[in-house]
Design a protein around this ligand. Structure first.
Ligand SMILES: *Cc1c(COP(=O)(O)O)cnc(C)c1O
Length: 342
C-alpha cells in the first residue's frame, strides 16, 4: 500500500528508534521486551499524536484552513501536539479541555500539558465532564467560521481514518526496522484510548500482510466497546488505504484490566510501572496512558502469556509531560529538612 499517495506535512523525527529493554526484560524474567520510541517524535516533547497530525494538518492545509480546532481531556497530549503543529503549519489553534478527571488538586488545570498549551499560545476553554466533546468542538469551529476564520476540526485524539494513517506509517516503519535487524516480532503492546493508534497499526499490518498481533491496553473503555471502536476505525482506514481483503474483528485484541479507578486516575499498579521502567531503563512513562500500557504488558508476562523466546514490542506513545500534574502521586516522602531518604 502506497502511503505517499496521501498528503503529509512533516512534523516529527522519523523513524523513531526501536531498541531493546535489556534490564526490564531481565527483571521480569520473561520474553525479550523491545521499545518503539514514539515518545521521541520530537514535536514539543513528542508523542503518538505527531504521526496522526502529519496527515491531518496536510489535509487542513489542502482545504485552505487557517485554524486547527480540537478537544481533549485537561492533560491532553493531543491538544499540546496540535497546538505545536499549528505553529509549524502557520495556523492558529483553539482547544476545548474536558474536566474528565475530578479527583486532582487545582494545579492539574495549570501545570504539565496545560502549561505547555500556554507556552504554545493555544487558547483553551474548559468543559465539564460527560459532554459530547466532538460536538462541542464542532460547535466552536462553526462559531469561528461565523467570524470569518477557516477552521479545521480534528476529533479527539486525532482519531479518524486520516489520522490513523499516521499509525499505518508506524506499522510500515516498524516492520521495515525489524526486517533489517532480522527481528521476528511476536506481539505489539500499547495503551489504547481514542482508538486511532491501534486502528492504524492493525490496518497497516493488514495492508502489508504482516500478521503481527497487536494488544491494546485500554485506558478508559470496557473491552468489547474498545474492540468495536478500534475495529470500526481500522476498517475505515483500510478503505481509505485501498487495502484488499476483510479485516476481521478478531484481529483486534484489547484488555481492560488496567484502567484502574478510571481515565486519568493512576493507582498503585500504574505508579509501580512508572518507577520500574524509570529505574531499569531510565525511560519515562506517563500516568494516563503509557504506564497503564506497560502495566498490562508486565501483567501478561507474569501470567505466562508469552514464551521466553518471544520478542514483544512495547509502543511508547509518549505523555511524560503530564507527569508534573501527578506530583501528588509520584513524589517521594520527605523529611522536615526537605531531603528524601528512600
Ligand atoms: C492519545 C494517547 C494514547 C492513546 O492513543 P489513541 O490513538 O488515542 O488510542 C496513548 N498514549 C499517549 C501518551 C497518548 O497521548
Amino acid at each position: 500500500m502506497h502511503l505517499a499517495r496521501f498528503p503529509r506535512f512533516a512534523l516529527g523525527h522519523f523513524p523513531t528508534p526501536l531498541e531493546k529493554m535489556p534490564r526490564l526484560s531481565a527483571a521480569l524474567g520473561g520474553p525479550t521486551i523491545w521499545i518503539k520510541r514514539d515518545d521521541c517524535t520530537g514535536l514539543a516533547t513528542g508523542g503518538n499524536k505527531t504521526r496522526k497530525l502529519e496527515f491531518l494538518v496536510a489535509d487542513a492545509l489542502q482545504q485552505g484552513a487557517d485554524t486547527l480546532v480540537t478537544q481533549g481531556a485537561t492533560q491532553s497530549n493531543h491538544v499540546r501536539q496540535t497546538a505545536a503543529a499549528a505553529h509549524i503549519a502557520g495556523m492558529k489553534c483553539r482547544a476545548l479541555l474536558e474536566r474528565r478527571v475530578t479527583t486532582m488538586p487545582a494545579s492539574y488545570e495549570s501545570t504539565g500539558n496545560v502549561l505547555l498549551d500556554d507556552i504554545l499560545d493555544c487558547p483553551y476553554e474548559f468543559r465539564e465532564r460527560g459532554l459530547d466533546m466532538n460536538a462541542e468542538g464542532q460547535a466552536l469551529a462553526e462559531r469561528l467560521r461565523a467570524t470569518g476564520a477557516k477552521p479545521y476540526f480534528i476529533p479527539g485524539g486525532g482519531s479518524n481514518a486520516i489520522g490513523a494513517l499516521g499509525y499505518v506509517s508506524c506499522a510500515y516503519e516498524l516492520v521495515a526496522q525489524a526486517d533489517q535487524m532480522g527481528l521476528r516480532i511476536d506481539r505489539i503492546v500499547h495503551a489504547t484510548g481514542s482508538a486511532g493508534t491501534q486502528a492504524g497499526l492493525v490496518a497497516g499490518l493488514h495492508a502489508i500482510n504482516a500478521p503481527i498481533d497487536v494488544l491494546g491496553v485500554s485506558v478508559r473503555a470496557k473491552r468489547t466497546a474498545q474492540i468495536d471502536s478500534v475495529h470500526r476505525l481500522a476498517v475505515a482506514t483500510c478503505e481509505l488505504l485501498g487495502a484488499r481483503g476483510t479485516l476481521e474483528r478478531d484481529r483486534v485484541e484489547v484488555i481492560d484490566e488496567h484502567v484502574g479507578a478510571g481515565y486519568g486516575q493512576a493507582g498503585a499498579e500504574t505508579v509501580a510501572a512508572i518507577r520500574q521502567v524509570a529505574r531499569t531503563e531510565a525511560i519515562l512513562l506517563d500516568p494516563v496512558y503509557s504506564a497503564k500500557g506497560m502495566a498490562g504488558l508486565i501483567a501478561q508476562v507474569r501470567a505466562g502469556t508469552f514464551s521466553k523466546s518471544d520478542n514483544i514490542v512495547f509502543l511508547h506513545t509518549g505523555g511524560a509531560s503530564a507527569l508534573f500534574a501527578y506530583e501528588a502521586l509520584l513524589a517521594e516522602p520527605r523529611s522536615a529538612d526537605g531531603s528524601t531518604g528512600h
